[in-house]
Design a binder for this molecule. Structure first.
Ligand code: NI
Length: 182
């Protein structure tokens, strides 16, 4: 296994549509997935899409850890998972506002509107079909990673630019506000 180099915003691979994976069980796809999982863990991310490692294919890895959960039904922990050739649809019209960052845009974060509930489908490297309903953070991370396959980065979805900035500054501002209220 190997750590992969992460593409940063500005690299064309991040704004191009990715191509379907012809053979999800192919050895090179299994190797790519193993390397992406290792790279995600090493970088401390919760998701990583193939275009972020300079591979224009429709697959991503992700996980949902317990401390991320919103308490909504469908927002549940997910072990490290690969989703190949995914499809995604919204369930209903409810939206949520999510704080997001991206390994391709280090140091920044923003609030982004996302569907509250979604359904997604895909396959893994063994050809198992994965079909799940998701809500809250689980739905957010899957929408973020799915966007990467269509060349969309989260800043393209920002509506309120007063809540887009450097993580460090935003945290400082939050602490100052909390201090003022205390
Ligand atoms: Ni990202």
């Amino acid at each position: 296994m190997a750590l992969l180099k992460i593409a940063r915003m500005g690299h064309p691979v991040l704004t191009e549509a990715a191509r379907p994976v012809a053979d999800p069980g192919a050895p090179e796809i299994r190797r790519l997935v193993a390397d992406m999982l290792e790279t995600m863990d090493d970088a401390g991310g919760t998701g990583l899409a193939a275009p972020q490692v300079h591979v224009g294919l429709r697959l991503f890895v992700f996980m949902v850890q317990p401390h991320r959960l919103s308490g909504l039904e469908g927002d549940e922990t997910v072990p490290r998972t690969v989703l190949i050739n995914p499809e995604l649809e919204a369930i209903g019209d409810d939206m949520q506002l999510c704080w997001e960052g991206c390994l391709s845009i280090p140091g920044l974060r923003a609030v982004v509107p996302r569907h509250l509930r979604i359904r997604y489908r895909g396959v893994d490297c063994d050809g198992n079909r994965i079909e799940r309903e998701a809500a809250g953070f689980h739905a957010d991370v899957v929408q973020h990673e799915f966007d990467h396959l269509n060349g969309i980065l989260y800043p393209m979805r920002v509506v309120d630019f007063t809540r887009f900035g450097f993580s460090e500054e935003l945290t400082r501002a939050e602490q100052a506000r909390e201090g003022a209220e205390a």
